[in-house]
Design a protein around this ligand. Structure first.
Ligand SMILES: O=C(O)CCC(=O)C(=O)O
Length: 267
């Protein structure tokens, strides 16, 4: 299975509408040129993950303009498309940071509302609601497990996805350059501890004064980095072999040694 990650440069000079059109074309071009079966986009690439001031004004209903543009792009290209995330406006609730996955016939295969919101007592953490549901997507060749950016710091979420059958974690992000080493370390850690592929797709450029980490990365179930992007806009294409997940788990069966019921410390 061939996967292409499109690391988008999210800069303020480009309007949300222009970027949406540009990215729709890019998805079609990349899928055709690279002959990809799966295309992945980053977190909140319409606004930028740190453009807090535009979350409310650019929020969309689930089936809004980004949904429409991405479903058409997936269908035209005939690919599985993880369209990254959008600021979603729930008509009866708060905003959510929601990832969208489309099947090659342009149907919505899954929507995942980011569970761990970033910002502590500001930013996304106060402007958006928290999702509560783990989401996996079955494709004919593998099962994807969905997570978004800051979720990467919470290993229990990924164990939950493994227990639900995930073999490939897809993690769109808008990670800041200042903590790039954490991003790379955590992507490899999740791959090694859960014996899965990790497809982690970030943003480049600078928005809201926050330079982005870039360095999208694909890690195999042994923890080897198969490809890593630089800082700017870039496409990473990698052949992944879903059978390698089972092979790794058989060869080094650490997941079987999990202790599920440990006694609490005394005192
Ligand atoms: O955890 C981090 O350092 C960055 C997380 C983040 O930027 C996000 O979730 O939007």
């Amino acid at each position: 299975m061939r996967a292409s990650l499109i690391q988008i440069a999210v800069d303020e000079g480009e309007s949300v509408n222009s970027r949406r059109e540009r990215v729709s074309s890019l998805v079609r071009e990349v899928a055709a040129r690279e002959r990809s079966g799966l295309v992945v986009l980053p977190e909140l690439w319409t606004t930028g993950a740190f453009a807090y001031d535009s979350f409310a004004s650019e929020a969309e209903p689930l089936e809004g303009p980004t949904y429409e543009a991405m479903r058409e792009a997936a269908r035209d290209a005939g690919v599985w498309l993880h369209a990254g995330s959008v600021p979603e406006r729930d008509p009866e609730g708060p905003l959510y940071n929601t990832s969208l996955v489309f099947s090659p016939d342009g149907e919505l295969a899954a929507a995942y509302r980011k569970i761990h919101r970033f910002g502590f007592d500001k930013g996304e953490a106060v402007l958006m609601g928290a999702g509560s549901r783990l989401v996996t997507v079955r494709t004919p060749s593998t099962t994807l497990g969905l997570a978004t950016c800051y979720d990467l710091r919470f290993p229990e979420l990924f164990r939950g996805l493994v227990d639900a059958g995930a073999e490939m974690f897809v993690v769109p992000a808008g990670w800041p350059a200042r903590r790039r080493e954490h991003w790379l370390l955590l992507a490899r850690a999740r791959a090694v501890e859960d014996q899965v592929y990790v497809l982690a797709c970030g943003t480049g450029g600078t928005h809201a004064g926050v330079p982005q980490a870039g360095h999208s990365v694909v890690v195999d179930p042994w923890g080897e980095v198969l490809a890593e992007a630089g800082d700017g806009e870039e496409v990473l294409t990698v052949d992944v072999e879903p059978a390698k997940v089972l092979a790794t788990r058989e060869q080094f069966p650490a997941l079987k040694d999990r202790l599920l019921g440990m006694d609490p410390p005394r005192g």
